[in-house]
Each structure stands twice: as structure tokens, then as C-alpha cells.
Design a protein around this ligand. Structure first.
Ligand code: DC
Length: 219
């Protein structure tokens, strides 16, 4: 790929669906990096491994047979050939994933894997979405965006996607951001990173705002 669009942000900011739509609009590949952390968490739980047992989790990562569709029109994640696309969105995964995402050796392997995946496609560009793409994985990306929204808006949006109680969703978003931000900064924009606050924007307006940034930075 020639062009990299890096998008980071907290839970419930709409990153994933917005980034997917940006990729589809540009004719680029789409890579959701959180899916790999979720898939590794799924594997650990499936094998009965304690997510806090860093040696055991590292051993899993060493043989992690992961694949993800880079086509923005197709959402598919698999581990060892097993389709886990919907399983990795389960609340039990959201609850456990931070324990794995806070292990530094795992993060370092995930960074390598993300770069390899992003470079593996024939698309003219890739939109990469997660927590550390603008700062760690692709600090030299062509366009870097921090997509945020006020906490009440993020909780509202997540609540609409799940059947869980709003107070449960609120607690889970808070705790996950709290825990994730101990290892990676995704709450303030680093130098050169464009901040897009989607609190008062519709989905389409948010996609447009990011496409505008991509247009302006066209090589
Ligand atoms: O975006 P998400 O909710 O699917 O991400 C799942 C978890 O993975 C999230 O709690 C933090 C972690 N993550 C990360 O640490 N770095 C990334 N680039 C993407 C996700």
C-alpha cells in the first residue's frame, strides 16, 4: 500500500464504523486493530488460560494463527480457521481484553503484526483504526486522526448497540478506557494528529470530516 490513514480513539467513539466507511469511500483496505486483541482474548478464554498469566498469553501470541478481512465490505475475523467475527464482540471479551492489551510484549508483537497486515494488501491505501496507530504503529501515516466524542455520547451510542443496562455499559466503557489508557495515550492528540470530535456530528458528517482531511493531504 502507498497511503496510510491512521485513526485512534476511545471506546464508543464510532471509530470502527466510521473508519470502515472512510475506507470504502476511498477504495482502501480497512484494518480494525482492536479485533486482534479481542481474538487473542477469545483464544485465551477458549483454552481456559488466565488472561493475567503473561507467560501463557505470550506463548499463545507466539503461535497466533490470526486472519482478518481487509475488504471494508466484508467483516470477517478468524483464529486457527475458526470464524470468531461475532464472538469477539461479546461483553465477556470486552471485559477481559484490557488485561491482555496492557501486556507490553503482546503490544509489541501486535504492532509488528499490524504493520505486516497493512503492508500485505494490493489496495492503494489502508485505513487503520485502534488506540496506538497515530502514535506507535504508524507515526508517519499520511493522515492521522484522533476521533473522540464526549463520554455521555459514547455511552449513549454503545447502549444503542447492546441489550445491556445503560449503567453496565457506562461502567464497562469507563473501566476499559481507564485501563487501556495506562499503556497508550488515546485521549489527547499528539503533534500533527487531527482531532475530530463527533459528539455533535451525524455518522455521515463524521465520515465527511475525515474524508476532507484525506483530500487535503492527497499526495
Ligand atoms: O477498539 P476495540 O474496543 O475493539 O479494542 C479492543 C481492545 O483492544 C481495547 O480495549 C484496547 C485494545 N486495543 C489496543 O490496545 N490498541 C489498539 N491499537 C487497538 C485496541
Amino acid at each position: 500500500v502507498t497511503r496510510v490513514i491512521a485513526i485512534d480513539g476511545p471506546a464508543g467513539s464510532g471509530k470502527s464504523s466510521v473508519s470502515r466507511s472512510v475506507a470504502a469511500n476511498l477504495g482502501y483496505a480497512f484494518l480494525d486493530t482492536g479485533a486482534a486483541y479481542r481474538a487473542l482474548t477469545w483464544l485465551a478464554l477458549d483454552k481456559g488460560i488466565d488472561v493475567h498469566d503473561s507467560n501463557a498469553v505470550e506463548a499463545l501470541m507466539d503461535n497466533f494463527d490470526y486472519s482478518i478481512s481487509l475488504d471494508p465490505a466484508i467483516e470477517r475475523v478468524s483464529v486457527g480457521g475458526v470464524d470468531v467475527t461475532s464472538e469477539i464482540r461479546d461483553p465477556r471479551i470486552s471485559l477481559a481484553v484490557s488485561a491482555i492489551a496492557s501486556q507490553l510484549p503482546i503490544r509489541s508483537s501486535m504492532v509488528d503484526m499490524t504493520r505486516e497486515l497493512a503492508q500485505s494488501t494490493d489496495y492503494p491505501g489502508v485505513v487503520v483504526e485502534g488506540r496506538d496507530n497515530t502514535t506507535v504503529v504508524f507515526p508517519d501515516a499520511d493522515v492521522r486522526v484522533l476521533l473522540t466524542a464526549r463520554e455521555d455520547v459514547r455511552i449513549e451510542r454503545r447502549s444503542r448497540e447492546t441489550t445491556a443496562d445503560t449503567s453496565v455499559t457506562e461502567q464497562s466503557i469507563r473501566e476499559r478506557d481507564e485501563s487501556d489508557s495506562t499503556v497508550v495515550e488515546f485521549r489527547t492528540a499528539a503533534d500533527g494528529v487531527h482531532m475530530v470530535d463527533s459528539s455533535d456530528l451525524s455518522f455521515d458528517e463524521t465520515v465527511e470530516a475525515i474524508l476532507d482531511l484525506c483530500e487535503r493531504r492527497k499526495p
